[in-house]
Design a protein around this ligand. Structure first.
Ligand SMILES: [Fe+2]
Length: 182
């Protein structure tokens, strides 16, 4: 599945602008991390785009999150390989992530909110966000409090946090125009 196709599908199910931004950011991070690990960047990006496709539908019911996403994706002909990862990504229903793609999705999903918050306090200027900024804000528990630090740290068996932050920030820069950053 191509990025454009995945984005069009996402837009059919998710209308919240902030959640489209979250999905674009998570996808951009997934792409960078895949590149670093020698994995399939295109597929990882599509997984990032589609991971919360049931966001509007489940409307906060986390017991259905991922399960409905899986159903939507299968109904739309998305391969089981991608849909299954989307189903399992709800960490409230699944534990024991071991595959790099699933580990990376946990970390990318969580760090995207932290980096976006870092950019917003700098007036939307992503160029002013560095891995040092993110490291500092990671420690400030009240900053972007909803962002789950333990899920970001899941990336550590694959790479150190500083490398991950750098890749994630680079991902944000790739989509800055699409997500309203300068
Ligand atoms: Fe997400």
């Amino acid at each position: 599945m191509e990025r454009d196709e995945a984005l069009a599908l996402l837009r059919r199910y998710v209308t919240s602008p902030s959640h489209i931004i979250h999905s674009l950011a998570t996808a951009a991070i997934m792409r960078k991390v895949a590149g670093r690990l020698g994995e399939d960047a295109g597929t990882w990006e599509v997984i990032g785009l589609l991971h919360d496709i049931d966001y509007d539908l489940v409307d906060g019911d986390m017991e259905r999150h991922g399960i409905e996403g899986y159903r939507i994706l299968i109904e739309n002909g998305v391969p089981e390989e991608v849909a299954g990862i989307v189903r399992r990504h709800n960490h409230l229903l699944t534990s024991g992530y071991e595959r790099p793609v699933e580990v990376a999705l946990q970390a990318a999903d969580s760090v995207s909110g932290l980096i976006l918050a870092c950019a917003l306090v700098k007036g939307g200027a992503i160029d002013e966000v560095t891995s040092r900024t993110v490291k500092k804000k990671f420690k400030e528990k009240s900053f972007a409090a909803g962002c789950e630090r333990h899920r970001i740290r899941m990336i550590e068996p694959l790479m150190d946090l500083e490398t991950f932050y750098r890749l994630a920030i680079d991902g944000f820069k790739d989509v800055r125009g699409d997500i309203g950053l300068a």
